[in-house]
Design a binder for this molecule. Structure first.
Ligand code: ARG
Length: 464
């Protein structure tokens, strides 16, 4: 296969070298971006008087016909080309002849690939944001429906204080909302166009970089041509943000796996999102949650890989940077699959509210409230803590709970206990009294839910 750069060479590339060097097998997914960038470049070249109008027309028509044929399956992106840029250019020249040979005027594959990758990533950022928004919608709905669904809150995976399902889900709402804010932030920072940077030092043609930037929907051109061709920061930022999304999904998955276990039975994952065992007929396994948890590793891997690839690269373009693609693509695909499946699993999952409430009632989740009750009766908190500690021991010895003790038994430990203790440490009271913003009390939760609703409904779409 003749290379774009064959002129200076007297020998064919060694076949193994060719295969090692080629990127077509993975950069073929950039075909749309490559064509879109070329259409903008040709349009600008004509407006600047570098191409004639008939040349521009032939190039744009040729590029559009290549795009249509690739999308319809009529033209397949063949591995015999070195990369997607060579594929498009060679096909263009085949189709329109000499005019096609002028497309690469004032351009290098270095700024071309920088553009293609940025355009592709920009769409991916928007797509991930959309999936995060869907997930937040499902989380918010569960919150609204479960303001009084009691469950234990844990620290050290030990029952700590009672809370509600709405409150527990609210923690994940915060995480995925921050993930969306990261997407927005990355999008804003990356939305500058590297096209026109040339190989590294700009070009001698009177290119209008503002024009191509505008045609391609960027906020403006990048301001240093060396940085333009060698910057992959935006991709690193995106992979870091995707890693954080996966970390959140993985934590949530872990909780669902625990909740779905035979011991907990807080939830039941829908049959459509579970799988069975080939040997154990009783099994219904939470494979989707486990796979989401498991796939977190490969997304972190993509981030580590690119950080490591970039760390020793002198300015400007070096071939190392071709390694930015495979793992990053894999990470983008993985996160989108995980988000879509996880959202579906969550939307169909059933809660066993009685078991959740029963679990919140035992395990002394009301011990803090019992201590607070004594504080209300004038006992200093540190003393109250000690009294309730002894009370807990008393209960453990008798295999019972604080609220099941008689007033006499309670009084035998502290004479400050009165009849109103039972109401003070009921599950409902324990939750309802937690009224500071951010706490599980239903009135506090309602305020937060209203904020979340406004956020999901009113947000102006910066990705449009
Ligand atoms: N396949 C290359 C990449 O992905 C395209 C840029 C090639 N530039 C070059 N000077 N060889 O980075």
């Amino acid at each position: 296969m003749a290379q774009l750069w064959g002129g200076r060479f007297t020998k064919e590339t060694d076949a193994q070298v060719y295969a090692f060097n080629a990127s077509i097998d993975f950069d073929k997914r950039l075909y749309r971006q490559d064509i879109e960038g070329s259409v903008a470049h040709a349009t600008m070249l004509q407006r600047q008087g570098i191409l004639t109008e008939p040349e521009r027309q032939a190039i744009v028509d040729g590029l559009r016909s290549i795009l249509a044929d690739v999308e319809s399956g009529k033209l397949s992106i063949d591995s015999k080309y070195e990369d997607i840029h060579s594929f498009v250019e060679a096909n263009l020249i085949d189709r329109i002849g000499d005019a096609g040979k002028k497309l690469h005027t004032g351009r290098s594959r270095n700024d071309q690939v920088a553009l293609d990758m940025r355009l592709y990533t920009r769409d991916q950022v928007a797509a991930v944001d959309e999936l995060l928004k869907d997930l937040l919608g499902v989380i918010l709905q569960t919150m609204e429906e479960n303001l009084e669904t009691y469950m234990p809150g844990f620290t050290h995976l030990q029952k700590a204080q009672p809370t509600t399902l709405a409150h527990h889900y609210g923690a994940y709402f915060e995480m995925f909302k921050r993930d969306r804010l990261r997407m927005k932030d990355i999008y804003t920072r990356m939305n500058y166009c590297p096209l026109g940077a040339g190989a590294l030092a700009g070009t001698t043609y009177p290119l209008d970089r503002e024009m191509t930037a505008e045609l391609l929907g960027f906020a403006g051109p990048t301001l240093n041509s060396m940085d333009s061709v060698s910057d992959r920061d935006y991709l690193i930022e995106f992979l870091a943000a995707l890693s954080t999304v996966m970390m959140h999904l993985s934590r949530f998955s872990e909780e669902i796996i625990i909740w779905n276990s035979n011991e907990y039975q807080f939830v039941e994952i829908d049959d459509a999102y579970s799988t069975g065992s080939s040997i154990m007929p009783q099994k219904k396994n939470p494979d989707i949650a486990e796979l989401v948890r498991g796939k977190t590793g490969r997304v972190y891997g993509a981030l580590m890989s690119l950080l490591t690839t970039m760390k020793g690269i002198p300015l400007a373009y070096n071939k190392d940077m071709q390694e930015d693609k495979e793992m990053a693509f894999d990470a983008m695909d993985t996160v989108q699959d995980c988000l879509a499946l996880f959202t579906g699993m969550l939307a169909t999952m059933k809660f066993k509210k009685d078991r959740m409430a029963a679990s919140a009632m035992n395990g002394f989740t009301n011990a803090t409230d019992a201590a607070d009750y004594l504080v209300g009766k004038g006992v200093p908190f540190r003393d109250a803590h000690g009294i309730i500690g002894r009370l807990v021991l008393y209960c453990i010895d008798r295999n019972t709970s604080i609220d099941a003790l008689s007033l006499e038994e309670l009084k035998s430990i502290s004479d400050r206990f009165e009849d109103d203790i039972y109401d003070a440490i009921s599950l409902k009271t324990c939750v309802e009294k937690r009224l500071t913003i951010g706490a599980p009390g239903p009135d506090a939760m309602k305020k937060v839910i209203a904020i979340h609703k406004a956020y999901l409904e009113d947000e102006t779409d910066i990705f449009a």
